[in-house]
Design a binder for this molecule. Structure first.
Ligand code: CAO
Length: 426
């Protein structure tokens, strides 16, 4: 038996994440990959799984502690055979994404000074999600009902400290009540049990956070949705013709990777869709990269992982990455760096049905594509009706950043690309 320290693994860009759950205590046995603690960043909560099987000797963190990559969270009593990294069984288990092997003798890796916040990070600050502030400050802001996006940070690199939040509240109090005409009317609290049996179930953290983000987008973004249909008869035939290859590669080839690829191409032709409004809403920050998010429906709520550099990847690679990220999202194993940096989002409800819906823009992005269910419809070819596979598309965009002609052109060009994917290689 040896004592092994378990550290917080590499958690990408996230820093100062909060410990929100202790899953084990001293004396508990743990298996490899069993959850030790749960941490929560601005974007997601993640389990820190054990890289060893053994017994918990010590838990070195408490609820509410703020930790970073390299922080020791627990000490386990393990046998060498029970360790994922043991010499005897070097490949026994693939390391899960959240785990770094413990390094008991070495000090935790020095954390490099984080870079200053990118403009895009600060843009998304309407609910505090993209601002620099620690969990304690965020908690204070939540308690006081302060939107951290409205608070100016006085700390290093514009980090918001508690005094900034308190100062913001004092100023707001001095200014007097908000304009009653623009304030949101409160929803009345109703006792529904008066009308019949009821039960209240709590929203998961992801649903609560999602609700806040959607509300922020709904209130801030000037939404317009443009609907169209793409004739993807040829594309779908091509996709089906690749079924054997897909099986041989162990990849599920759905329509989504083709749609994402076509969107990346279209963003190149319409760069104003690959952008965010600046905080003053007097300029558009054009992004010279094509990272595309896609909505994944999980038991805990909606999650939007981001596919990076879609323009540089092929459809096979995208299909594999979509499957990988969807599985990680559904297992609660996505790291924050795989949830951030998107320029545009695709939300596909195609497997469920529906001819059109109004997706809500994933602000600070300026546009989102909703995809409905493919349907074979009669289309007039100039001489006769013929059956064609039609894919419903619904593009919502921020009318502050884009006008109707741009929205219309984007959708029309997208339907062309999907109608003849040979255009993707032109
Ligand atoms: N029309 C018809 N069939 C479709 C389709 C479409 N537009 N899109 C997918 N399908 C089919 C697939 O081909 C697949 O069929 P088979 O099982 O017969 O091969 C089946 O539906 C299931 O597909 P899938 O969901 O496993 O894969 P996907 O690549 O299409 O989507 C993912 C992956 C993760 C996006 C999806 O599973 C998901 O979670 N969608 C929900 C997104 C969501 O909740 N959006 C709403 C957000 S609010 O804006």
């Amino acid at each position: 038996m040896t004592a092994q320290e378990v550290v917080i693994p590499d958690i990408g860009d996230a820093e100062d994440v909060e410990v929100i759950e202790l899953c084990v205590g001293p004396g508990d046995s743990v298996e490899i990959d069993g959850a030790l603690i749960v941490i929560e960043s601005d974007k997601a909560s993640m389990e820190v799984p054990s890289p060893f099987a053994g017994t918990v000797a010590e838990i070195r963190v408490e609820l509410g502690d703020v930790v970073n990559s390299g922080h020791v969270v627990a000490v386990l009593e393990v046998t060498r055979e029970a360790s994922r990294g043991s010499n005897e069984e070097p490949k026994a288990v693939e390391p899960p994404p959240m785990v770094a092997p413990a390094a008991p003798k070495a000090p935790p890796p020095a954390r490099p000074e984080p870079p200053p916040p990118a403009a895009a990070e600060l843009d998304g600050a309407a609910d505090g999600a993209g601002v620099y502030a620690g969990p304690a400050v965020r908690r204070l802001a939540r308690e006081l009902g302060v939107n951290l996006g409205d608070v100016r940070g006085s700390g290093p690199r514009r980090r918001i400290v508690k005094d900034d939040v308190k100062g913001f509240v004092k100023t707001a109090m001095a200014r007097g009540p908000a304009n009653a005409a623009t304030a949101l009317p409160a929803m009345p609290a109703i006792d529904f049990s008066k009308f019949g049996p009821v039960e209240e179930v709590p929203l998961t953290r992801i649903r609560k956070r999602g609700a806040g983000n959607l509300h922020r987008s709904w209130l801030n973004v000037v939404h317009v949705t443009q609907h169209d249909e793409a004739d993807i008869t040829d594309l779908d035939g091509f996709r089906r013709s690749l079924a054997d290859q897909a099986e041989a590669r162990g990849v599920k080839l759905t329509l989504l990777p083709f749609i994402v690829k076509a969107c990346a191409e279209n963003l190149g032709a319409f760069p104003r869709f690959c952008a965010s409004l600046n905080p003053a809403v007097d300029g558009l920050i054009l992004k010279h990269y094509r990272h595309i998010g896609f909505a994944v429906d999980t038991d805990d709520g909606l999650i939007v992982p981001v596919l990076r550099d879609v323009d540089r990847k092929g459809v096979w690679a995208l299909a594999a990455e979509i499957a990988e990220l969807s599985a990680l999202a559904r297992n609660g194993r996505l790291t924050p760096d795989r949830l951030s940096g998107g320029c545009f989002t695709v939300s596909s409800l195609g497997r469920l049905g529906g001819t059109g819906f109004t997706p809500i823009v994933n602000a600070p992005e300026v546009a989102i594509l909703g995809v409905g269910r493919l349907e074979t419809k009669p289309r007039w070819n100039g001489a006769a009706f013929e059956p064609r596979a039609m894919l419903p598309l619904s593009l919502s965009y921020d009318h502050r950043a884009l006008n109707g002609v741009e929205g219309g052109n984007f959708v029309v060009e997208l339907t062309r690309l999907l109608g003849d994917i040979r255009r993707l290689v032109l």
